[in-house]
Design a protein. Structure first.
Length: 245
């Protein structure tokens, strides 16, 4: 737990790990034919990394969510980036070891709170004005509608969006529901259905650029007992045909 607090307080990181990052990227850079390699951690909200290349010089900004990765995991990540820069692979191909780390409790528990803090539109709590998302989640699990989701963190958004009523980060195990649905005029099954939809994404795990709303996904979505009414409600909401005042 101390690690989470430590990261939550600011951008300070153990300098040992920064040395490791530098050594990893420099060594691999040499193998790929680069003369100069510059690399730093950056506190992006999303898990992303950027680079600039000029001739045989390259500089990286690496997501600080990797700030505690083991050397071999960091090595796999460096290799994935170099492969991509050299265009030997079309996307970013993660090794099974790297993927396993990104899906581990270690990774999620260390980074989730930071991710939520960086997500400016998320409240810090599952407890809304009218509905408690933890109760809704419990209901879905207890009724067998959805299987329990590990390390999931539930939130309402601060400002409500009519069109985008649910949001999730599969990587960070974070789900957020539009605060517009946290309203006594909205039947409780509507936000339950949206939460159900997002939990299905979490169940699917990290994708390799696959489509998210496949026919198979849609079929599972319709296993929610009130999907039809919910869809109807969400359409009305999007069309501003619901008075929420
Ligand atoms: Zn979706």
């Amino acid at each position: 737990m101390t690690d989470i607090t430590y990261l939550g307080e600011g951008s300070a990181r153990p300098s040992e790990h920064e040395h490791l990052l530098e050594a990893t990227f420099k060594t691999m850079g040499t193998a790929y034919g680069y003369d100069q390699v510059k690399v730093d951690y950056a506190s992006y909200k999303e898990f992303k990394s950027t680079w600039q290349r000029l001739g045989r010089t390259v500089s990286f900004e690496i997501s600080d969510y990797l700030g505690a990765a083991r050397p071999e995991v960091l090595g796999d990540f460096a290799q994935a980036l170099y492969e991509r820069i050299e265009k030997r692979t079309p996307g970013c191909v993660y090794s099974p070891r790297l993927k396993a780390y990104l899906e581990s409790d270690d990774f999620v528990l260390r980074n989730q709170a930071t991710y939520v803090r960086r997500s400016r539109n998320l409240t810090r709590t599952a407890l809304g004005r009218h509905f408690d998302l933890r109760e809704t989640y419990r209901r879905l699990v207890d009724s067998g509608t959805v299987s329990p989701s590990k390390n999931v963190s539930l939130h309402w958004t601060k400002s409500g969006n009519r069109m985008r009523v649910g949001y999730c980060s599969v990587l960070m195990r974070v789900v957020a529901i539009s605060s517009l649905l946290d309203n006594e005029k909205v039947p409780d099954f509507v936000h339950e259905y949206v939460l159900y939809h997002e939990l299905l994404h979490l169940e699917d795990g990290l994708s390799d650029g696959r489509r998210h709303h496949t026919p198979e996904f849609k079929a599972r979505e319709r296993q929610h007992p009130r999907w039809k009414e919910s869809e109807e409600w969400l359409r009305k909401l999007a069309a501003r045909k619901v008075d929420l005042r």
